[in-house]
Write a protein of this length. Structure first.
Length: 160
């Protein structure tokens, strides 16, 4: 009984699948389509995805491609050395020398924001590094999942 039922359904499915041909593209009414269709500029707008924009700030260990100064980190150190002006109090031979440490956020467009001096040794060394970092050109932003992301970056600078 079940066998007869399955055969009947198979037979109906076989007959219901008819092969009909549909042309892939209908021919235009006129051979010269440029004369019949006016030229128009078509605006393409990006539709918003349902996923929210990623504004999270990542550490350099969380991204696939780390942010980079144009030309590499050596060029960045050269930029710092060229633009950093030693405070007058540090010109003495007896003045202490040491490191100034800062963190910056590199935005999706490569601009620097939220420059914070974590540690300096006084004499205006931290303020001078902050001034120089504000002069920095845009960086190449960090990438995660093929998209640019905001990234926190630490910068040590040693004054000698």
């Amino acid at each position: 009984m079940i066998r007869n039922f399955l055969m009947a359904i198979s037979f109906l499915l076989l007959l219901s699948c008819q092969h009909t041909t549909v042309p892939a593209m209908a021919e235009p009414a006129s051979k010269n389509i440029k004369e019949t269709v006016p030229q128009q500029t078509i605006k393409v707008e990006k539709l918003h995805d349902n996923k929210p924009e990623d504004n999270e700030v990542y550490n350099t260990s969380q991204v696939e491609i780390r942010p980079n100064f144009p030309g590499g980190i050596e060029k960045f150190h050269a930029f710092l050395k060229k633009n950093y002006v030693k405070p007058q109090d540090l010109m003495d031979d007896e003045a202490p020398k040491g490191g100034v440490f800062a963190t910056i956020k590199i935005e999706k467009d490569g601009s620097l924001s939220e420059i914070k001096i974590i540690r300096d040794f006084g004499y205006g060394s931290g303020k001078e590094l902050e001034r120089v970092l504000k002069l920095s050109p845009n960086w190449i932003p960090a990438m995660k999942g093929g998209n640019p992301v905001r990234c926190l970056y630490s910068i040590p600078y040693y004054v000698q």
